[in-house]
Design a protein around this ligand. Structure first.
Ligand SMILES: [Zn+2]
Length: 294
């Protein structure tokens, strides 16, 4: 089901706003529209306030949808009534400190490569929006839908930008898991979400010593798996890598960090190690002239 078919109250309001954003009249009508669409007592609202964004100069995009802590004014917490729970279904728990880890990772990559990667990092709590689910599971309120669209729309635009400018690129979706504290799980839907990059450079980008997981392991990250053995159930990758990895030339990899990597004390050193692996991967495949697949 496409988002436009979800019968959310007030969705006409969002459709009007989306239309007006693209028209010259938007600037003049915006204040009027806000008065019309937002009930008395509700605060001013800008979806962009709930995501942190960096436009980069490298074919590397970092995403972190589950680390946010902010409440969205006027939006009730999601309930997930009638939805399948956990796994690819409804879940409202936060991936603690992944928002900090993702930001530190962007900095560490810039230090290594001398240019900024792109990023989209959620500031809103997952209780209101789950940016790593299809919209019918992700949101239950029209204003939450705007925040979801801001996150996923920005990410899609960054994928398009990278594709156009560089012809290939890497999306890293940063998450936290509570199953194995010293482990980082690779999630590519078992090679499906990085297949566009494998099409350019061969299967070595997915598994083995010259894959992202293999290179992260060289930098001291306990990666599972680094080879072609099946990815761990529950950590095979979500909706963001699935959709991002459909862009021609873009490989998308979900990284699920155990808590040892994302305590406040560990974040800097984790970010430096992960940036080391990503920079090596970028030098092999993403920077300079693309080599044909062998
Ligand atoms: Zn997550």
């Amino acid at each position: 089901m496409s988002p436009s078919h979800i019968p959310l109250p007030g969705s006409g309001f969002i459709a009007r706003r989306a239309f007006l954003r693209h028209s010259a009249a938007a600037f003049l009508l915006a204040p009027l529209l806000r008065c019309e669409g937002i009930a008395a007592g509700e605060k001013e609202f800008a979806a962009a306030d709930f995501i942190s964004v960096q436009k980069g100069d490298l074919p590397i995009i970092i995403s972190a949808p589950h680390g946010g802590t902010m409440t969205i004014p006027g939006v009730p917490e999601r309930k997930g009534e009638g939805m399948k729970k956990g796994g690819a279904g409804f879940f409202a728990g936060r991936d603690e400190n992944t928002e900090l880890l993702a930001a530190a990772l962007a900095e560490a990559i810039e230090k290594r490569l001398g240019k900024k990667p792109f990023f989209v990092i959620a500031k809103m709590h997952r209780k209101f929006v789950d940016a790593n689910r299809p919209p019918e599971i992700a949101v239950e309120h029209p204003r939450a839908h705007e925040v979801y669209d801001a996150y996923r729309g920005t990410l899609a635009k960054f994928c398009d930008d990278v594709q156009t400018r560089y012809g290939r690129g890497l999306v890293i979706d940063v998450h936290g898991q509570g199953s194995a504290r010293d482990t980082v799980f690779r999630g590519t839907h078992n090679g499906a979400t990085d297949a566009m990059l494998a099409k350019l450079f061969g299967e070595k980008i997915h598994a083995g010593p010259q894959s992202l997981a293999g290179l992260l392991a060289v930098h001291g990250i306990n990666m599972k798996p680094t080879d072609t053995s099946p990815e761990t159930s529950g950590f095979t990758g979500g909706h963001i890598v699935q959709i991002s990895g459909k862009h021609e030339g873009i490989g998308a990899v979900q990284l699920e960090f155990g808590i040892d990597f994302r305590t406040k004390d560990a974040i800097k050193s984790s970010a430096e190690k992960v940036a080391g692996g990503i920079a090596d991967f970028a030098k092999l495949y993403l920077l300079g002239k693309p080599e044909p697949a062998k």
